[in-house]
Design a protein around this ligand. Structure first.
Ligand SMILES: CC(=O)N[C@H](C=O)[C@@H](O)[C@H](O)[C@H](O)COP(=O)(O)O
Length: 229
């Protein structure tokens, strides 16, 4: 790890990363809008920002916090920065950390996770966050050379139940078995959830929907108003 890589990890330690993503067809799906939300999150104290899509990453070039970039291609199976080519493009767009699918599933380009990380490092000086779905994924991702282990895909790959809040059990399992920094991510919907994720052993916490997806947040309130008391 280079000195600058260590600095980036240090800057995220103990902090909140805000994931700013809008989905295809949604009104806020616009790189400028996502960059504005990212800047607002930084004003609020975000230690890092997670952005999806090459244009969104480029648009946020002026942020002075580390940017975790990814490129979602597809909706099923391996779709988070699924190939080496996607990973290189995310790095070229300016991400400090490239988030890639960190599961043990076959990748579309036929490379293993270890080969992907090694070949990315031959061309780019970037950190790699492995988006994992289970302890087995995290162990394999650490062995493959990932710099950060994310719990991003817990509940989405069939190996773990989709918990109502964050998968605290998985965070604790990864803490006990791995030494790489852990990013708790996925269904962290409140400050209390974020604190619980840290208490379970996460080094940093990434929140998306509960901060940056107003359609979902609105639906939570609407559902609550529709409940009988
Ligand atoms: C599973 C998947 O595709 N996760 C994506 C990864 O980038 C995003 O859709 C999530 O919003 C992000 O992980 C943050 O999680 P949450 O929005 O639950 O705070």
């Amino acid at each position: 790890m280079t000195a600058s890589s260590a600095t980036i990890i240090d800057r995220l330690a103990g902090g909140l990363v805000v994931s700013c993503q809008a989905y295809p067809g949604e009104p806020m799906r616009d790189p400028r809008t996502m960059a504005q939300i990212a800047r607002a999150a930084v004003i609020g104290g975000a230690a890092g920002i997670r952005l999806q899509g090459l244009d969104d990453i480029r648009e946020a070039a002026d942020l002075d916090v580390p940017v975790i970039g990814l490129w979602k291609d597809g909706k099923d199976g391996v779709f988070i920065t699924p190939t080496l080519a996607h990973a290189r493009a995310v790095a070229d767009a300016g991400a400090d950390i490239v988030a890639i699918d960190g599961t043990r599933r076959p990748r579309p380009d036929g490379l293993t996770l270890a080969e992907t990380i090694a070949q990315l490092r031959e061309t780019h000086d970037v950190l790699v966050m492995a988006d994992c779905g289970s302890l087995q994924d995290a162990l394999a991702a650490e062995a493959a050379g990932a710099d950060i282990l994310g719990t991003t895909l817990s509940g989405y790959t069939g190996e773990r139940p989709k918990t109502v809040g964050p998968d605290l059990e998985l965070i604790a399992q990864v803490r006990a078995a791995c030494t790489a920094p852990i990013m708790a991510e996925g269904r962290i919907h409140s400050p209390a959830d974020a604190r619980a994720a840290r208490n379970a052993g996460a080094d940093a916490v990434c929140v998306g929907t509960a901060i940056t997806h107003p359609a979902t947040i609105t639906s939570w309130f609407v559902a609550a108003l529709g409940e009988d008391i």
